[in-house]
Design a binder for this molecule. Structure first.
Ligand code: PLP
Length: 376
């Protein structure tokens, strides 16, 4: 196909990353750790408004350490958002925990606090709650936090998709006992791959850095009293992160403008709804998504196929975890009876291209192809 590819969300790089990376080379600080790692941790903690941060090789690594540091052990139940990417919950499974999935609420697509509350009736002692801010939209994280406090359960906040999103003026990632960000290639800023674990608890972050560097006890020889991991971010990668962080606000503004443009362009088509915002927060609009009314003859697959003919990348809504073969048999607490909210959103939705490098012509093309499916 000659037509250029229009992406869902791809890396956007600048000169600043090169400068930080060059500095790492010039000072021969290419080996693990170094000044860029320290600075990136400080800068991320400051941006997120959280006391401490540990730079890691992936968001998944951060979620794994968050589970370990929360005390998740073999056979423990953990409550997790069902409508999320599998990396939210896989790390708890590395520790042989047993996930119980919590359905979404209609108004944010995130973990329904009422369903979370009900889950405690069946499983009174989960080891952790893992809540995501899907596609950048903040969850009702104050209620989720309050429920976790009432039951004395640690909250792991998966803010991998929501860096820059806030709830009542506070950055997502700062509400949990642990917050997790990702710098994977498709995220709002990227280091090619990487993640960050944040927490107010300085000792916990020190412990995360210790576990992430092979858990070496302070001794002259290599000595180990527990199982360690090779999860640290390198000084070169952290340089890319520092350069990207300078552009986060700009990326967010562009993502928000993309969302507004889609919303405006489809506002006269009653069968289309955009993914929900949280009126008590601000979304980074990492991905713009739409759902189609069940009564419509147009299906998400029809829209995705039509866009694919123009080399436009789309993706279905993340398939809920409680429907994944690997999690068959796990507990699931629904928001309402009948088809669950997360399954309904999955059935009727799709993710639209939200790449900040897309031109106005690209947006016009996407919008006109979608509109055409609805006879407009
Ligand atoms: C991307 C993502 C992760 C994993 O982050 P990586 O840096 O790719 O390991 C975890 N949770 C969610 C919701 C994500 O979107």
């Amino acid at each position: 196909m000659d037509r250029k590819r229009i992406y869902l969300s791809s890396p956007t790089m600048y000169g600043e990353e090169r400068a930080f990376v060059q500095e790492a080379f010039d000072t021969n600080w290419v080996a693990p750790l170094g000044p860029n790692v320290d600075a990136f941790e400080r800068e991320m903690a400051a941006y997120a408004g959280v006391g401490h941060a540990a730079a890691l090789s992936a968001g998944t690594a951060a979620l794994h350490l968050a589970a370990i540091l929360s005390g998740v052990k073999q056979g423990d139940v953990v409550f997790a958002s069902s409508l999320t990417f599998s990396a939210s919950v896989n790390p708890a499974c590395y520790e042989k925990a047993v996930p119980v999935f919590i359905d979404s609420e209609r108004d944010t697509w995130n973990m329904d606090p009422d369903a979370l509350e009900r889950a405690f009736e069946t499983w009174p002692h989960p080891a952790a709650v893992i809540a995501v801010h899907l596609y950048g939209t903040p969850a009702k994280i104050d209620r989720i936090r309050a429920i976790c406090d009432a039951h004395r359960v640690p909250l792991i906040e998966d803010a991998a998709e929501s860096l820059g999103s806030s709830f009542r003026g506070k950055m997502t990632g700062g509400f949990g006992d642990f917050g997790v960000y990702s710098f994977n290639g498709n995220k709002i800023i990227t280091t090619s791959g990487g993640g960050m674990l944040v927490a107010e608890d300085e000792e916990a972050i020190k412990r995360a850095r210790f576990l992430a560097t092979q858990a070496r006890d302070p001794a002259r020889h290599y000595q180990h009293s527990c199982i360690g991991y090779n999860y640290r971010m390198s000084n070169v990668i952290a340089g890319i992160g520092r350069g990207q962080l300078l552009h986060l606000e700009e990326h967010k503004a562009k993502k928000q403008a993309i969302y507004r443009q889609y919303r405006e362009a489809f506002s006269d088509i009653p069968e289309i709804s955009m993914n929900p915002m949280n009126p008590d927060g601000e979304s980074n609009n990492w991905l713009s998504c739409m759902t189609i009314d069940a009564a419509s003859k147009v299906t998400p697959i029809k829209v995705m196929d039509a866009l694919a003919e123009y080399n436009v990348e789309t993706r279905p809504i993340w398939k809920p975890m409680h429907l994944q073969p690997v999690f068959a048999g796990c507990g699931f607490v629904q928001t309402e009876e009948g088809v669950s909210v997360s399954e309904d959103v999955f059935n009727r939705g799709l993710c639209l291209p939200s790449d900040i490098k897309n031109t106005q012509e690209d947006m016009d093309l996407i919008i006109s192809v979608v509109r055409r499916q609805f006879g407009r």
